[in-house]
Design a binder for this molecule. Structure first.
Ligand code: FAD
Length: 501
């Protein structure tokens, strides 16, 4: 019997128990701790709480006698109950708070992080090698592809190009209500889910915790077996159509060709290497076109990996960045996921998706939810907290760069070259969400003024001094000078305040 090894709830795949690199090895006893205090601290989406608990309990059943599964108020109490003062190992956790906790415990040895493609030290060396220049995701992504020989023919990108974004930004097919894509994998609930639901009901009844959102039938994998089935279904049947409509939105088809794999990756049920390798296999076997495969590989080996690395590289204070000095609190209707309070069809639709499933794809997150928060000047830390709590795939490491950097531009441009926000014209072009809406994307003042169009101009006006020096924003900012109704628009936006649009 080796030293006991502690698994956090997002370290559930087999790769966290493999020997090598100081890993625990096949026979080490395992400790898992279900800490109730985690749920007490914040108002999570109930489907997320359900998924995490279900996944942990499924893993415990798989590990059988090898695991001591402790239910405790805090991690500290749980660990003491499991191993007393004895030694224990743990892989580098995924948040600063958890890292601080394990480092503060004398008996705990922290092993290198697992579940990513690039060791943290390698990224640091790569990033430091830029001599203070802005880091670019595209450079990082190519470096990863070369280093891992991912989708490469020798030293050249397979398929002749590094980047197929150009083919992957199609608006939805005209007139289609849904993409003609095979359905995604859906897990079937079992006795463990029933027990989790029962526990969550009880906790809520006792007033110990409070949740937001609906906990309908579980949609996301809670075990390695389910996650592999979801990966297989995606790479064999759905990957081919992933690329072209990656950025499009359809009201009646929230998933389109997206993989729905983020929660499985972030729970550690899947390793990113196996996801991108299977995608590459599909291309080499002629089952999927290169633009779809490259698009998917870019999401995982490019974006996901980059976000993980930046979380650590930018340091703990990055989360408090607020370059635009946005301080408004999030309004009640948004905190409560009250989609019925919203008139704008696009925002009502995606807020409803979040309420019902704890998930929407990346464009609704960026260009509808995040963009609205940015235009309204909501406090970026509160926005990060909201995303973290309300999404099934939300964890500190992934939310902080995605929200603070990518979506709220709170880092003043360390992560992206410009703020991601737009008027209603973009939403209209990339979706069917403007059809039947009470507002008109081309109108900026008056009763039918689209909140995104008006919000966009108000945002540019508010930050004119900063944005007019940004080469990617100077032209839109100059557009303000042509608006004859700017004062009226600003007045209208002040009156709208934080009411649901
Ligand atoms: P697909 O579109 O099928 O993409 C494949 C995979 O790529 C995803 O499963 C995911 O693992 C990875 N990926 C792609 N982009 C990113 C990214 N920017 N960051 C991390 N992984 C990425 N993703 C999360 O996993 N957790 C989050 O908490 C999260 N928060 C986000 C918040 C905002 C404001 C934005 C703009 C994006 C966020 N993302 C987050 C990224 C992305 O929206 C989701 O990963 C994706 O929508 C999940 O659905 P999918 O698995 O079908 O993804």
């Amino acid at each position: 019997m080796g030293t006991p090894h502690w698994l956090f709830g997002d370290q559930l795949g087999p790769h966290f128990l493999e020997a090598g690199d100081g890993g625990p090895g096949r026979d080490a006893p395992v400790v898992m701790i279900e800490a109730r205090s985690v749920f007490r601290r914040r108002r999570f989406h109930r489907a997320k709480a359900h998924l995490v608990l279900s996944a942990m309990r499924h893993r415990a059943v798989e590990l059988g006698d090898r695991v001591r599964y402790i239910r405790a108020e805090t991690y500290r109490e749980g660990l003491r109950e499991a191993v007393g003062d004895g030694p224990v190992t743990v892989h580098h956790p995924t948040s600063y708070a958890a890292l601080r906790l394990v480092r503060s415990m004398e008996a705990v040895t922290v092993l290198p992080a697992r579940g990513f493609l690039v060791p943290l030290g390698d990224f640091r060396a790569w990033a430091d090698g830029h001599g203070g220049q802005r880091l670019r995701q595209e450079d990082f992504y190519r470096w990863v592809r070369r280093g891992h020989q991912l989708l490469m023919d020798g030293d050249q990108p397979a398929g002749g190009r590094w980047n197929h974004d150009h083919d992957n930004r199609e608006p939805p097919p005209r007139g289609a209500r849904a993409l003609d894509a095979p359905r995604p994998y859906r897990p079937r609930e079992d006795g463990i889910d029933e027990e989790v639901r029962h526990d969550l009901d009880r906790w809520e009844r006792e007033g110990a915790v409070s949740f937001v959102g609906r906990d309908g039938p579980r949609r996301f994998p809670a075990s390695r077996r389910e996650a592999l089935a979801a990966l297989r279904r995606f790479t064999e049947h759905r990957l081919a159509g992933f690329g072209p409509y990656e950025d499009a939105m359809l009201a009646a088809d929230p998933v389109m060709s997206h993989s729905l794999l983020s929660s499985s990756l972030n729970l550690g049920l899947l390793h990113p290497a196996e996801c991108v390798e299977r995608a590459e296999d599909a291309w080499r076997a002629g089952r999927a076109p290169v633009n779809s495969v490259e698009g998917f590989v870019r999401q995982i080996a490019g974006w996901r990996e980059y976000v993980w690395q930046l979380y650590w590289y930018f340091g703990e204070d990055y989360r408090h960045s607020n370059a635009l000095r946005h301080r408004a609190p999030l309004p009640r209707w948004f905190l409560d996921l009250d989609a019925d309070a919203v008139t704008a069809r696009c925002l009502a639709t995606v807020l409803g998706q979040v309420r019902d499933t704890g998930w929407t794809h990346h464009i609704p997150r960026l260009m509808l939810l995040g963009s609205h928060a940015l235009q309204r000047g909501w406090d970026p830390e509160a926005v990060t907290d909201w995303f973290h709590r309300c999404f099934v795939d939300g964890y500190d490491w992934v939310m902080v760069p995605n929200v603070v950097g990518m979506s709220q531009y709170a880092d003043g441009g360390r992560m992206t070259t410009k703020p991601y926000t737009s008027g209603g014209a973009y939403v209209h072009r990339m979706s069917d969400l403007c059809g039947g809406c009470a507002y008109r994307p081309e109108e900026r003042v008056g009763e039918r003024a689209c909140p995104y169009t008006a919000g966009y101009w108000a945002f540019l006006h508010r930050h004119r001094d900063r944005l007019e020096h940004n080469p990617r924003m100077s032209q839109p900012v100059r557009g303000l000078d042509r608006l004859k109704d700017l004062e009226e628009l600003l007045d209208q936006e002040r009156q709208r305040g934080d009411a649901a649009p």
